[in-house]
Structure formats: C-alpha cells, structure tokens
Design a protein around this ligand. Structure first.
Ligand SMILES: C[S@@+](CC[C@H](N)C(=O)[O-])C[C@H]1O[C@@H](n2cnc3c(N)ncnc32)[C@H](O)[C@@H]1O
Length: 291
C-alpha cells in the first residue's frame, strides 16, 4: 500500500519516521513522493529491529542524503532519538509483521517449507529466546492459551497441540523448522495450520504485541501538532489494538481519525501480492491545540 502510505503524509512534513524499514520499500516510496521538491527540508529516518533487514536497507538506501537508517525497535524512543537527533516527527509509519526476506532465508527459521534452525528472532543481537528455547521451556497451559488467542485454535485443539509438542520434546528436543513440521503433521495439522502455529511462535518469541502496546501508549508524545501516525497490520489482534487505541484517542479530542473506515489494498494489489490480502491501514492525526 505504498501509494496510500504516501497519500497520508501531512502537507509540509519534514521529519518522517519509518519504524519498520524492512527492505526500505516504503521509505523509498516516500522519498520519491517528496523529493526532489522537498529534498532540502525532508528527513526520512528508518529503523528496524532486525539488523539483517536493516543491512539490506542500508545497501539499497545509503546513497540518499535525505535518508538516515539505524538499528532500533519502533518503541525504543531513546534509541530512535540517538539515530534521528529529534524526538518528534510529522509522520510515523509502522508496517508491522514479517518481510519476504525473513521467509526466503531458511537460516532465520520462519519458513515451514525450508529446513533451518528454529530461531525466529528478529533481533539476533539480543539475548532473546529463540523459538527452539521457547518450545523447550514452554508451559502447556500457557502455550495453549497463546494458540487460542493468536491462532484462533479451539481450546481443545490448542491443548492437543501444546501437549503433543511437550511430549515430543521430552523424547527429543525440537531444534529445526522441519522437525517441528513433522511433529505437527503427526496430529494431522495441514500446511495452513502449521503456518499459523509458526506465526504464533514468531509473535511470542519477538514479543510483537508488547512492542505495539508500548508504542501505542506513547506515540502521541512524539508527534508534532498536525502530525500523523499510520499503522499497517496483518493480524486481526494487532488491528484490533490499533483500532481501539485510535478510537479512544479520538474520543478524548486530542486526535482525529483521518479515515473513518480502515484502508485495505486495492483489488489489483491483492491479486498481485497474496500476502497483502490481510493488510489493514489506519491513520490518526494529532490535533493542534495551539491554533
Ligand atoms: C512488513 S516488514 C516492513 C517492510 C517495509 N515497509 C518495506 O517496504 O520493505 C516489517 C519489518 O518490521 C520489522 N520489525 C518487526 N518488529 C519490529 C519492531 N518492534 N521494531 C522495529 N522493527 C520491527 C521486521 O524486522 C521487518 O523488517
């Protein structure tokens, strides 16, 4: 939804933060949209929690003088300030989720189709737990609850999955993606369900909802008056969190919703890119109390 992302940049925006720069597709689209007209005034800051994605973005974008890139999670305000040298932005964009690069690189452990270590961490420079370590230590009731909450499994099916993994790990640790796929096949879970379980693990390992929650609590303090925040999600729980937060903020009167209805990709984009099918974009604007 690069066009929609660009169309929502507020007039006269100078400081723009792409909090999930990935391969830099949206950063580049915003650059091309604003420059050369505003090349002397625009500063595009791109951060990513994943140092490997960031390395790709640096390769692609390092020659653009208006773009500054750095390693940070989008809710790490202090880290972002060190990169941008400012604390407030006219436009903040989040495009939350996984990149195609994550799936293509078997070594990252995100794919159900390619064998690799069961890692799944976005930030492998941190001491965070890998998916293998999580599965080795997880509590059956706790994982079952997460499968229900993030994967929409029924309570009975979720418990069966968590119990089966716990039994398998006690005879042999599950260390690779295809070992986990084999374990899941034993209880007749097809590719679609396996992919959902991988997604649940990814959400847990990277504390994805925790990052979003922390961001939603404070992003308003880092927007300039008339500044906008645009958030694209691919998971219903994340969209619900954004929708609820934006609704509450607009009801208090300090913000207003730029679009009453959620923005979804055009049919052409959905046909061209299947992954975009579940994309949802919401945009909110900070009211200028001074005017
Ligand atoms: C869907 S991709 C973004 C793609 C990007 N908009 C582009 O056009 O190439 C999501 C990116 O967010 C990153 N990410 C996930 N959680 C993050 C977090 N808490 N803080 C910063 N980046 C995060 C992932 O590493 C991934 O590169």
């Amino acid at each position: 939804m690069a066009q929609e992302v660009c169309d929502h940049i507020p007039q006269g925006a100078q400081w723009i933060l792409d909090g999930t720069v990935g391969h830099g597709g949206h950063t580049l689209a915003m650059h091309d949209y604003l420059c050369p007209k505003d090349v002397d005034t625009v500063h595009l800051i791109g951060v990513d929690k994943d140092e490997k994605m960031l390395a790709d973005a640096i390769l692609r974008l390092s020659t653009y003088p208006t773009i500054t890139l750095g390693h940070a999670a989008y809710d790490q305000r202090d880290e972002i300030k060190k990169i941008a040298w400012v604390d407030s932005f006219d436009y903040i964009l989040l495009d939350i989720g996984i990149n195609r690069g994550h799936i293509w690189d078997a070594e990252r452990g995100f794919s159900i189709k390619a064998d690799g270590p069961l890692d799944m961490r976005f930030d492998s420079t941190s001491n965070g737990m890998t998916a293998e370590q999580y599965l080795q230590r997880m509590d059956v009731q706790d994982f079952s609850a997460k499968l229900q909450q993030y994967g929409d499994f029924s309570p009975a099916r979720a418990e069966q999955i968590a119990l089966h993994i716990a039994r398998s790990r006690s005879s042999q640790p599950i260390t690779t993606t295809l070992e986990l796929v084999d374990v899941l096949r034993e209880i007749k879970l097809d590719g679609r369900k396996q992919a959902i379980i991988f997604q649940v693990l990814r959400i847990v390992v990277n504390d994805e909802l925790g990052h979003l929650e922390r961001f939603l609590e404070s992003f308003g303090d880092h927007l300039t008056p008339w500044g906008r925040c645009a958030i694209m999600t691919f998971h219903s729980i994340e969209d619900r969190m954004v929708k609820q937060c934006f609704k509450e903020l607009s009801e208090k009167g300090d913000f207003h919703l730029v679009n009453k209805k959620v923005i979804i990709p055009h049919r052409k984009e959905r046909e061209k890119n299947k992954a975009s099918n579940s994309a949802k974009l919401r945009v909110i604007e900070k009211v200028d109390k001074g005017s």
